[in-house]
Design a protein around this ligand. Sequence first.
Ligand SMILES: [Zn+2]
Length: 333
Amino acid sequence: MYFDDVLGQEDIKTHLESAIKSGKISHAYLFTGEEGMGKLMMARAFAQALLCEEKAPGETRPCGTCHSCRQADSLNHPDIIFFRPGDAPDRKVSDYARSKVVGDMQTRPYQSKYKIYIIEEAHTLSEQVQNILLKSIEEPPSYVISILLCANRRMMIPTILSRCVEMPFRPVATSRIVSYLKQNYEITDAEAQENASFAFGNVGRAIRQSEDSGYRQRRESVIGLLSGFHEKGAYEWMPLIGTIGKDRALAGEYVDLIGEWLRDVLFYKTGAKKGDLCYDKQEYALKDMAEAMSFEDIDRALRGVEVARRHLAAAVDIELVMLNLFDSFLPRD
Ligand SMILES: [Zn+2]
């Protein structure tokens, strides 16, 4: 994995590369940004570059062929440790954090200068677990580097935030995503453009949409679902809730699609031009909805979308999240 594999995020690459060059590596980094922005890829590229055995002094690019690089590439490097909350035996995340991270870091690196802990989905960790990990960030052995990946910095305790070097991942320009999709996927220019604009700067999302042929269909189904919503009862949402089932990622995708649809309705209502709309082929449905909803209605529904995103990230029951979201659509007397 190389820095070049991550599209965009130039400021972060520059920062990490200059840290590698100067040898001034921080003990703890916090990579923040939504899922799909390249946090994990960046962490892997950074770790591989730090541990490469054949890298010339002053060079920041790992060689890609030495023993360490091959181990890093195949995710088998003994000094790059991945901590995923979901891997905790019996869901005992605090015990897992104690053994896999805090206890483990007392043992010196197996073969390298550093021992690197990549803590995934840090925003899902309870305050208790974050406090356990805090020890590894506050006073780690000199060889330890921790990289926390976090989709929502507001879920992190202040003491972690204040002790990490924070690197915010930012949306990538749509034009860059379009050319990336055209180069790497067999899709038409129009599809590349559509997938990129629906991704809102999130490369991972644009890729998923381009790889998944069902995506377009789901996008269409949202339109069907939302047209004439004001005449619908909650029971008409049930088939969608059934389709989503326990799939939290799919629920998130629907919530995003609904959010984008609402944003388009709002744009349409304020007289936006066709090119600014995601759903620009659905002018009639948009018009319909824009007439049926007041600005107040749209605002309430958009807030419902935000709440749904937060609740999905916080592991709230999916059916409840969706029902609350749909409730935010219903007109108030
Ligand atoms: Zn190497």
